[in-house]
Write a protein that binds this ligand. Structure first.
Ligand code: M6R
Length: 631
């Protein structure tokens, strides 16, 4: 949830770069948490680590530093917080320091045995200023550092101290630390929380994800579960928590530029990312076909033989990613004729799911760091099932711990509300479904190619929605901005789209919204319908051929008769919809299974327009963080 950045530069040249790197990195990581921010700096000759931290957005910290400049440094660590232990405040902000102020740490995660450790330290006379688990770790690390110094005849060894502390902590953590007695290094450790190294020339970086340093280097190194790392300007050493050196940690090149994570003239990241929906679908399809146009998923690393044996799929995911999985269920069951279950990742392992070696578990995650999804996939693997990740973030924990990965190529998604990742996830899941149909012979080759042609045409159709529907959507938002609540209804693939539309409006416009399967209307939700209540219907395409079309129209009639305001997402020129709806967001003609890729787009825009009309920050909604790295 929190954003972490670290920098180690040249020991002979204390300068402003460590601070610059931290503030740059925090700016890019702010989507991970924005309750408070802080930095700690070390340089030769310092008696204590220099710490500055402020509650609120990063801007507060930057303004404060401009008013009271910080000294030059050789190393630095920086943090942007999403509060778990202790309210957002100056005192609870990270970094936290050791009792003597010589060591400072930043932390992402939750230390579950912090209360006991705090009591133990208090019994030894330690005092705490904050309510955080992180301060407990800071005091503990300081104590261990002193012990190591005593054992080493006065020589500090922050790396060894960090490993010893990591062995004592329970819960999830990524921790970075600096010690003013070793101003040439930054050390870190991770357990169930992300950490990645950026490899520079004469400088090295640490970050919770590559966004922390991509402006400086695109060469990255993975830090695995239960590993510790020490970076100086010229060296990177990775060990396990017992000190055994990891010989060749995996390195990779980041496949996007820093500019991809910038607003580039757009009003908000969300606006930019919605407008990248077409490109997200297109890029996810790129390079996935052989010369004959058949699907080729080389990167997937699961044997064709194993794929043939699969007799059930379980999708585990949370939030938007789970709705993408729910859309894919309709398509994959239809194409491959094997059952597909969707399970919220946080519920999965607690219901004792039936898993066999022939079950393929598909973990869908934009960030690749969602703890609930990570735990679900670990459970599936322990039970002997294969796990395939559909992920948007190279080298993240979820793809690393899966048997196979199908990357979406949506590019970095910065806004907290997931948009382009949703369409990319559906596209990747469709590729997987069609690939399964191909290897299992569940569909004729021509049929598969026909579906693929429709899929390849979807970026153009999404673009049409973006180009033609924006003003209708904006005026619909203006007309309904004061509504207290909304209902979103759909059937078949329109049902998860309704859920996703409802989620978008909840999370960024803070409007009470519920999504339902339209068939459920008469079983309860219709009681909520009152004069003027806005009800959004996803009307299925293929009128006349799709039996559900008429049923959804009946639903519209029923709520219309009770005075509701009808907003419909429907196929261009649909006469039934024209008759009943107050507002229509039109979609171009497309097959039913492709419709979610276009139908979600006006709902994303609608939520964004609504949030902007209410004056909210659409990129950083209250109480939320982009990646949920705690359970
Ligand atoms: O990074 P992930 O795709 O695993 O994240 C899953 C959910 O936390 C995420 O989709 C969340 O629901 C978004 N805020 C939705 O906009």
């Amino acid at each position: 949830m929190c954003g972490i950045v670290g920098y180690a530069g040249n020991i002979d040249t204390a300068c402003g770069k460590p601070l610059e790197v931290c503030l740059q990195g925090l700016n890019r990581l702010e989507y991970r948490g924005y309750d408070s921010a802080g930095v700690a700096l070390s340089a030769p000759g310092m008696d204590q680590v220099v710490v500055r931290k402020k509650a609120g957005r990063l801007k507060n910290l930057i303004d404060d530093i401009e008013r009271r400049p910080l000294p030059d440094a050789t190393v630095a660590i920086g943090h942007t917080r999403w509060a778990t232990n202790g309210e957002p405040s100056d005192v609870n902000a990270h970094p936290h320091t050791s009792r003597d102020g010589k060591v400072a740490i930043i932390h992402n995660g939750i230390i579950e045995n912090a209360s006991q450790l705090r009591l133990d330290l208090q019994a030894e006379g330690y005092r705490f200023a904050s309510a955080t688990d992180t301060e407990v770790a800071a005091k503990l690390l300081g104590k261990i550092v002193d012990k190591v110094i005593a054992e080493n005849g006065g020589k500090p060894d922050l790396f060894e101290a960090m490993r010893r502390m990591a062995r004592m902590l329970e819960g999830a953590f990524t921790i970075l630390a600096t010690d003013c007695r070793q101003p040439d290094i930054v050390v870190g450790a991770r357990h169930d929380s992300p950490l990645v190294v950026g490899l520079g020339d004469g400088e090295n970086f640490l970050g919770s994800d590559v966004a922390a340093f991509v402006a400086y280097t695109k060469r990255a190194m993975e830090i695995d579960q239960d590993q510790a790392v020490c970076v100086s300007a010229d060296t990177v050493t990775v060990t396990d928590f017992d000190g055994n050196v990891i010989a060749n940690p995996k390195t990779y090149t980041v496949d996007w530029d820093a500019s991809a994570a910038e607003k580039g003239g757009w009003d908000s990241f969300m606006d930019k990312e919605i407008h990248e929906d077409p490109a997200a679908v297109q890029r996810t399809l790129l390079g996935r076909f052989d010369a004959n146009g058949d699907i080729m998923l080389d990167e997937v690393r699961i044997d064709e033989h194993d794929f043939k044996a699969i007799d059930k799929i379980i999708v585990v995911a949370c939030g938007t990613a789970s709705y993408a999985g729910q859309v894919a269920k309709y398509a994959i069951e239809h194409w491959v004729r094997i059952p597909v279950e969707i399970e919220l990742a946080h519920e999965f392992r607690y219901r004792d799911p039936i898993l066999t070696p022939r079950t393929l578990v598909v973990a869908i995650s934009q960030s690749g760091e969602t703890m609930d999804t990570l735990m679900a996939l670990r459970h599936a693997r322990e039970q002997g099932s294969k796990v395939l990740a559909i992920c948007n973030t190279q080298g993240a924990s979820i793809p690393r711990e899966s048997d196979a990965v199908l990357y979406t190529h949506a590019g970095p998604e910065v806004a907290v509300a997931s948009t382009k990742a949703f369409v990319a996830q559906i596209t990747a899941a469709y590729l997987l479904g069609l690939y399964l149909a191909q290897v299992k012979g569940a569909m004729f080759r021509d049929e598969i190619h026909q579906v693929l042609d429709s899929l390849k045409d979807m970026p153009r159709k999404i673009q049409w929605v973006l180009d033609t529907q924006a003003s209708t959507i904006q005026s619909a938002a203006e007309h309904t901005v004061n509504a207290n609540s909304f209902l979103f209804l759909g059937r078949h693939v329109g049902y998860p789209v309704a859920l996703e539309g409802a989620l978008k409006l909840k999370e960024i416009a803070y409007t009470f919204t519920e999504g339902f399967a339209a068939g459920e209307l008469k079983h309860g939700p219709i009681a909520l319908v009152d004069e003027g209540e806005p009800v959004v219907f996803i009307v299925p395409p293929e009128r006349g051929r799709n039996v559900l079309h008429a049923k959804v129209i009946s639903g519209i009639e029923e709520v219309k008769a009770r005075g509701a305001t009808i907003i419909a997402v429907a196929e261009q020129g649909d006469p039934d919809v024209e008759r009943y709806a107050d507002v229509v967001f039109w979609r171009p003609q497309c097959p039913t299974l492709m419709s979610p890729l276009v139908d979600v787009v006006p709902l994303q825009l609608f939520a964004m327009d609504m949030a902007k009309l209410k004056g909210y920050d659409v990129d950083k909604p209250r109480n939320l963080a982009k990646s949920v790295t705690v359970e």
